[in-house]
Design a protein. Structure first.
Lengths: 214, 494
């Protein structure tokens, strides 16, 4: 029995670490884009590498947690939900990582007049991620408060959508060639995908929280 | 031969293990909180412990209902109960071993003309009604507490899981112990009166009474049932009928265990009595019905949605139909066993209104002249005596009950040779020396013998009793003495 509680403690801290990584990725995404838009490319690259490292570590943590949950047949009733939530959260981290990689590889030319909107978009993505992390933490402890966070994730995702649409309209009304417009629009889509992924996880979280109530 | 006759009890034990182990550990196994092998191992150990340590209470109540005093009768009673359980299960009706065995014992009483103790019967039937209601009340209370605690205290899902897992094992072990204590009466209760009271010393370390040995054998039969056949039932209980979360499963098991324990614990009974509280009758009740009661209790707290109240009607119908079917099977079976196979299914229990009976009844305020017509007759069983009482006397119900109690005949001769064979692990020195003072005496009624013992020594009086005269309530010791000195009776012709 003490072994069971010891294992539980280790798993709890692994889950906490995983969620810390997710939260950090959200913050780093915002700061990296701020650096990129301000032309601080070295700082941007450093943050991008940090996100890549966090993604790798989060992946390892997720595998370890999944393995332990199965081998020790822990939380049998909620295991499917927990694994689903962790896997979908991984998609949020991946979306942030891919976005920064695309910036690094393609180095899109973003004019100053669009910078504020791009930054706002990244900010809303980050907010959605932070609320999601809070929601998942609540799911593990008190399932009743999950809805408060899920509601906020949904709010920031919609805000991000609004900014994304506005940005795309502005991009396509600019006097540049279509390739450039397409290129910039592609980056709007990338940044927006982070909030979208966060909302997908939060949808699943709502159902799982209902199932968890005794 | 003894083993062959015990086989019906073992069959009953096996079916109890196969079905009722699921009530204790079913939800834990079905929700994969516990491995099947771990669950049945715990279940078996605690069922046997419960049966051996605390099985006596409910068994005594069954003994009061009808003391099946010949092994042939015990065999048929257990077989009738087992057959009705199998039959009703096949017919898809809710069935309980407890109800089947009570019906079978009443069937034996009817066949042999023995008295059915109405008080014991009422006590038993009212406990059947009370047990699911009590389980429902406990479950509703525990569920409300658990929900409040979980909602107010942020317990991590993993920690809650570990705590629930440990609690399920503890509650399951308690449930298995209570199941053994309460339901061993169903498996072996019908056999206990047919075996003499003796004790067995194991490796000089501890000793078991004959009754405990029977309970241990019954406990093993339950364990075999759990190991061989309970997995499927566990899956049905845990998943098929009602989908429970691990926490609600814990509430259900705990409520069921407490109810079974309440109806089995002699120590709780004496504690309640010593504090001037009404005692809970020690009666074998149905674990399945306690589980259903608990689940309905939780459902009501949840708002009462999705409760199939028709199931309550089916349970209530089972309270009447199961005993009736078992009684009929027992009656017919006993007829065949006695008349076709020539087996003794009951030892004679004659009645006679002797001078000493008349004297005793006078003391109790029953006028002897009312019984004049019966004084020179001997009656073969309770039924013929009751018939004579009803046609030849006009006694009040209280007086009639007293006549029935004191006119029951028996025969005891306190042989000096047998005094030496008394079991010192059952009786203390004071009790044995009291018996020695009665050497060479004879008694024709059990109450005479009990009174003689109580008069000689306080060791034969219950602790609370101040004055000698009434027979002591030391059932275990007195039964050993009665069995030792009883002279077998011939079946009277009258």
């Amino acid at each position: 029995m003490p072994r069971l509680f010891e294992k539980t403690k280790i798993l709890e801290s692994q889950l906490d670490e995983y969620l810390n990584h997710t939260s950090e990725v959200g913050l780093l995404l915002l700061e990296a884009i701020r650096d990129y838009l301000a032309g601080r490319l070295e700082a941007f690259e450093s943050r991008r590498r940090q996100v890549s490292e966090l993604e790798k570590h989060a992946d390892r943590l997720r595998h370890d947690v999944e393995h332990e949950l199965y081998v020790e047949t822990l939380i049998p009733e909620s295991r499917g939900d927990v694994l689903g939530i962790l896997e979908e959260t991984d998609e949020v981290i991946s979306a942030a990582k891919v976005t920064l990689e695309q910036f690094s590889v393609e180095e899109p030319d973003i004019p100053d007049e669009l910078s504020a909107d791009f930054l706002e978009l990244a900010d809303y993505g980050n907010r959605a991620v932070q609320e999601l992390v809070m929601g998942i933490r609540a799911y593990f402890r008190t399932s009743t408060s999950v809805t408060d966070y899920v509601h906020k994730v949904s709010f920031w995702e919609k805000e991000a959508d609004k900014v994304g649409e506005r940005l795309k309209r502005r991009i396509f009304r600019m006097d540049t060639d279509l390739a450039c417009k397409m290129h910039r629009s592609d980056f709007v889509w990338h940044i927006d995908s982070v909030a979208d992924q966060a909302e997908d996880v939060s949808d699943r979280l709502t159902i799982s929280a209902i199932k968890r109530s005794i | 031969m003894v083993l062959l006759l015990l086989s019906s009890g073992l069959l009953l034990g096996w079916s109890l293990g196969a079905n009722d182990a699921a009530n204790v550990f079913g939800t834990a196994v079905a929700t994969r909180m516990l491995r099947f092998r771990t669950a049945v191992t715990y279940c078996s150990i605690f069922v046997i412990l419960g049966a051996v340590i605390s099985g006596a209470g409910a068994t005594d109540t069954l003994g009061q209902l009808g003391a099946v005093n010949a092994l042939g009768g015990s065999f048929m009673v257990a077989l009738a109960a087992a057959l009705s359980v199998v039959w009703m299960t096949k017919a898809g009706l809710p069935v309980s071993t407890s109800q089947a065995i009570v019906g079978a014992i009443v069937g034996w009483n009817l066949f042999t003309g023995s008295q059915t103790d109405a008080k014991a019967l009422i006590e038993i039937v009212s406990s059947w009604v009370a047990s699911p209601i009590l389980a429902g009340a406990f479950a509703a209370l525990f569920y409300a507490i658990a929900r409040r605690v979980i909602e107010r205290q942020p317990i991590h899902l993993l920690k809650l899981d570990a705590a629930t897992r440990v609690s399920l094992i503890v509650a399951g072990a308690f449930g298995a112990y209570s199941l053994g204590a309460n339901n061993i009466a169903n498996v072996m209760g019908a056999f206990v009166p047919a075996f003499p009271v003796r004790s067995f010393h194991i490796a000089g370390v501890f000793s078991l009474s004959m009754r405990q040995l029977l309970f241990m054998i019954g406990g093993f039969a339950i364990a075999v049932g759990a190991f061989t056949y309970s997995r499927r039932v566990m899956m049905t209980v845990g998943k098929g009928l009602f989908r429970l979360t691990p926490v609600t499963a814990l509430v259900v098991v705990l409520s069921e265990a407490i109810v079974l324990f309440l109806f089995a614990s002699q120590s709780l009974e004496s504690w309640l009595l010593s504090h001037g509280l009404p005692a809970i009758p020690l009666v074998p009740v149905s674990s399945s019905q306690a589980v259903i009661g608990a689940i309905i209790g939780i459902a009501i707290v949840k708002g009462g949605k999705g409760v199939r109240y028709t199931i309550l009607g089916r349970i209530a119908a089972g309270w009447a139909t199961t005993p009736a079917i078992a009684a009929v099977i027992a009656f017919v079976g006993l007829f065949f066993l006695q008349n076709v196979f020539g087996l003794t299914v009951a030892k004679p229990e004659p009645y006679a209104v002797t001078q000493s009976v008349l004297h005793k009844l006078e003391q109790k305020g029953v006028p002897g002249r009312q019984l004049d017509a019966l004084t020179r007759l001997r009656f073969g069983n309770a039924r013929s005596f009751e018939r004579a009482l009803d046609s030849d006397t006009e006694l009040t119900p209280e007086a009639r009950a007293l006549v029935l109690e004191y006119a029951k005949s028996d025969s005891f001769y306190i042989s000096p040779r047998l005094i030496g064979s008394l079991d010192h692990s059952i009786l203390n020195e004071a009790q044995i020396s009291a018996i020695a003072e009665l050497a060479d005496s004879s008694f024709s009624h059990e109450w005479q013998f009990r009174e003689a013992l109580a008069r000689i020594s306080p060791a034969w009086r219950p602790p609370a009793m101040e004055s000698p005269g009434e027979a002591g309530t030391r059932p275990f010791e007195i039964r050993h003495v009665l069995d030792t000195f009883r002279v077998p009776l011939r079946r009277p012709s009258g």
